[in-house]
Design a protein around this ligand. Sequence first.
Ligand SMILES: Nc1ncnc2c1ncn2[C@@H]1O[C@H](COP(=O)(O)OP(=O)(O)OP(=O)(O)O)[C@@H](O)[C@H]1O
Ligand SMILES: [Mg+2]
Length: 210
Amino acid sequence: MPRVLAVTSEKGGVGKSTLAVHLAGAFAERGLSTVLIDEDGRVGSSLRWAARSGETGLVQPGLGFPVLAPDEVKPKKLAAADAILIDTEGRPKRKELRRLSERADLILLPSGISALELEATRELLDFLLDSGDMGRKTRVVLTRVPPVGHAAEDARENLRDEGLTVCNTLVRQYAAYQKAAELGTLARDVRDARAAVAWADILALSRELL
Ligand SMILES: Nc1ncnc2c1ncn2[C@@H]1O[C@H](COP(=O)(O)OP(=O)(O)OP(=O)(O)O)[C@@H](O)[C@H]1O
Ligand SMILES: [Mg+2]
């Protein structure tokens, strides 16, 4: 059975699509058959990302995996996949969250480390934890964290002290991700001095998850 990983958040613009696209890329690089489903009907940023690199629905030359709209999803193809990533819109309704958690093995909550973002992430987590099964499946991923200093490590330890499950890997803030979004490719493949370190974060995170 494929492993289904959903990416969601209480706030918009925290890095969901960036994380979903890059994790899918890392799974594909590791030889796993991977599909990304873009369920963010409003923005559709994963689909747009893929569109910038070529046609959607096929395995993207620049990405290594297909990005599908929900109506393009063929159950047979999904069954053959090792990993299915779901990119969602921010601020999901509670009902949608429940539906998402029924389909997903893991719910990833990307969050920056600012007080405001952490507060929003805690709020969503509190809801998930109150709903039994959903809390067990949820992991916080600290992302867009400052590459220098210890603020991100400190935030991770504080969250863990509060009893939250936080991924060990910290996804650092690098311009390579923005360049990758503009070009419809992965941070691994952009011309940037920090492309390799950015990609190392993603690969490490992918190994933690699958
Ligand atoms: N690790 C990172 N380093 C640098 N920039 C990043 C990183 N992750 C995301 N970004 C940037 O932050 C912005 C928001 O990212 P993204 O679109 O992935 O967020 P989102 O949560 O999917 O947003 P939305 O809620 O609109 O769907 C983008 O400009 C993206 O390039
Ligand atoms: Mg998005």
